[in-house]
Design a protein around this ligand. Structure first.
Ligand SMILES: Nc1ncnc2c1ncn2[C@@H]1O[C@H](COP(=O)(O)OP(=O)(O)OP(=O)(O)O)[C@@H](O)[C@H]1O
Ligand SMILES: [Mg+2]
Length: 248
């Protein structure tokens, strides 16, 4: 399974990614987490003690794989050794921190993007773990080629209008690049009415919800029994989807 996680800033993407990774690992699944956020925080949330340098900031590696950054660019950089060489592992979870994908524009060819896209494509096609990708709201990093390899996109929403509007935009974009299974996860739910409002207004199938938890906010994504129960349900719905009617 390859699962990408997106949503408006601060809704809880990285928290959900870490919770899913921990739950899956505790069930004995092999988990490969990818931090594709320009401002990477997944390592911290997964409890990795050291600061991890994102791949695109490894200047020597980039030059080795891409050719001189000013000169000719290799369009198919070698990436198949990257996961084993650069992923760090803790508690049964492997983690790769990619670093910022720069948006085109300003005439920037952004060679690092070529590298990251090749790497994402490699991960999608060649790895057989549960892959969890922590993205920012824009789906540009996925690109069309990579999108085809993603089994499901989870869009995190919280009970506020802005995160719902953002979720709809992400969903439209995701459909345009060919992602078929798009689900929402409601986060920071304080009362059942908030979940109902999301289900009624979003227009994306909501496959799970996490309650607001002061404990989680303060101590990070370690789950108590109740939280685990919700996370298990989400994992279960991703892996064994049953058709759900879309909310109007
Ligand atoms: N269910 C929850 N209950 C309480 N606090 C939560 C919950 N989920 C996430 N948070 C808190 O919300 C904040 C944002 O969470 P997180 O960093 O996971 O969001 P994000 O979407 O990854 O943010 P960013 O866009 O900056 O990457 C954090 O302080 C986190 O502890
Ligand atoms: Mg995040």
């Amino acid at each position: 399974m390859k699962v990408a996680i997106s949503g408006k800033g601060g809704v809880g993407k990285t928290t959900l990614c870490a919770l899913l990774a921990r739950e899956a690992a505790s069930q004995g699944k092999r988990v490969f987490a990818v931090d594709a956020d320009p401002n990477p925080t997944l390592a911290l949330m997964l409890g990795f003690p050291e600061e991890i340098t994102p791949l695109v900031e490894l200047q020597e590696l980039m030059e080795e794989r891409l050719g001189s950054l000013e000169g000719f660019l290799r369009l198919n950089p070698k990436v198949d050794d990257i996961p084993e060489r650069f992923a760090v592992e803790r508690d049964g979870i492997k983690l790769l921190v990619m670093g910022p994908i720069r948006q085109g524009g300003g005439g920037c060819a952004c060679p690092q993007n070529t590298f990251l896209k090749s790497l994402l494509q490699h991960l999608m096609l060649e790895r057989d773990e549960l892959i969890l990708l922590d993205f920012e709201a824009g789906l540009e990093p996925l690109g069309r080629a990579t999108a085809q390899g993603v089994d499901a996109l989870l869009i995190v929403v919280e009970p506020d209008g802005a995160s719902i509007v953002t979720a709809r935009r992400i969903s439209t974009l995701a459909q345009q690049i060919g992602i078929r299974r798009i689900f929402a996860v409601a986060n920071k739910i304080r009362e059942p009415g908030e979940l109902r409002a999301i289900q009624e207004n979003l227009g994306i199938a909501v496959i799970g919800a996490l309650p607001y938890s002061e404990r989680l906010r303060i101590t990070g994504p370690t789950a108590d029994a109740e939280m685990r129960h919700h996370v298990q349900a989400i994992l279960e719905s991703i892996e064994h989807p049953h058709p759900q009617p879309l909310s109007p």
